[in-house]
Ligand binder design. Sequence first.
Ligand SMILES: Cc1cc2nc3c(=O)[nH]c(=O)nc-3n(C[C@H](O)[C@H](O)[C@H](O)COP(=O)(O)OP(=O)(O)OC[C@H]3O[C@@H](n4cnc5c(N)ncnc54)[C@H](O)[C@@H]3O)c2cc1C
Length: 397
Amino acid sequence: MDLSFTPEELAFRDEVRSFLAEKYPADIKERAKKGWSYLPKEDHVRWQKILYERGWIAPHWPKEYGGTGWTPRQKFIFEEECMAGNCPRVLPFGLTMVGPVIYTFGNEAQKAKFLPRILSSDDWWCQGYSEPGSGSDLASLQTKAIREGDNYRVTGSKIWTSGAHKANWMFCLVRTKSDGKPQEGISFLLIDMKSPGITVQPIVSIDVGHYLNSVFLDDVIVPAENLIGEENKGWTYAKFLLGYERTGIAGVGRSKMRLEMLKGIARAEQLDGQPLIQDAGFKRRIAQIETDLMALEHTNLRVMSSSGAGGGNLASLLKIRGTEIEQAINETLVEALGNYGTPYDVNFPRWDRNEPPAGPDYATGVVAEHLLKRAASIYGGTNEVQRNIIAKMVLAL
Ligand SMILES: Cc1cc2nc3c(=O)[nH]c(=O)nc-3n(C[C@H](O)[C@H](O)[C@H](O)COP(=O)(O)OP(=O)(O)OC[C@H]3O[C@@H](n4cnc5c(N)ncnc54)[C@H](O)[C@@H]3O)c2cc1C
């Protein structure tokens, strides 16, 4: 596939670059450079509102719902430029995940109520899929929703719910029928996180950050008007959403940016005076990663061109390769840090402490990011399970 850009595409790239130069707040950029994964919610909201005002917050949405109408190559250019500029990633739960479910399967009232607030980032969503004992085998989930007149009464618990402590809405898979095939008794509910009966408990991650939670639902009353599509058809909507989630996880633009960072460190002089790039073994590893990333980039663009942002059947493939490459870059970055690659990262960004970082600037946040992203091959469906999906596809089982 020819990846060289047409004059129109180059003009578009310039437009994006000028926009970023003018509108991307310098203070967020500074924090993003030091710890992209650790930006506070306020930074994400501020940046997303800037994109929203420009009309660029939802490139993957159809134009009628607030999308940009860009070609796949324009979307690709936009993502590349945002990542190269160290912009915060647009958080996926509203815009990439539940938004497409609502405009595809929701009714008019649901579209009118939820889509504008997703676009403006006034609502913050979390994903209530996994439960203790129901991760890879998601269809075994047990959180029950019993219909009582105009409401559902929901009881059960969710786990690993990213950002639930910051979210005001959760899209949630619930069991509405217990007999028959497990997949045929699942429904897709939108739940207001302020509803009485919801308790959120933190789970602290290996990098000492708090992103994950357990969410307990104890007789939570949810209006039946918050049911997406038909009762017991939630599995269809859930799988549709996972396609969007997995493609997003491929993260090509982000990996390209991290690879550039790795090359920068490899070119810097080490304590012994020799830049790492002069080590043939190290150079070969970087070359291997770069080749893999170029192949992924082409595949990603091909998939986007042929099947839209959901990634179709190839979403699993993109998810596996994207996370493997991301983890390879992170591991190599930690090795490149040498002495500064300690398990308890002294450079972990602490906005609140005002401590000068120890060691070179480039070491800031590298170990924390490496630890955090160990989970990338688990969330969104583990890579082992993605391989099963690919095997079934190839073998047409
Ligand atoms: C950082 C992070 C963020 C997350 N965020 C969210 C979120 O916001 N919302 C949400 O709902 N969930 C979230 N999850 C949960 C995630 O989707 C699950 O962890 C994942 O689906 C795996 O489920 P499990 O943890 O129950 O592991 P298990 O399913 O118990 O798997 C354990 C191991 O067995 C392997 N395995 C299981 N079944 C098979 C099989 N059939 N063939 C081969 N190997 C298999 C798995 O690959 C894995 O290595 C998050 C997880 C993490 C780590």
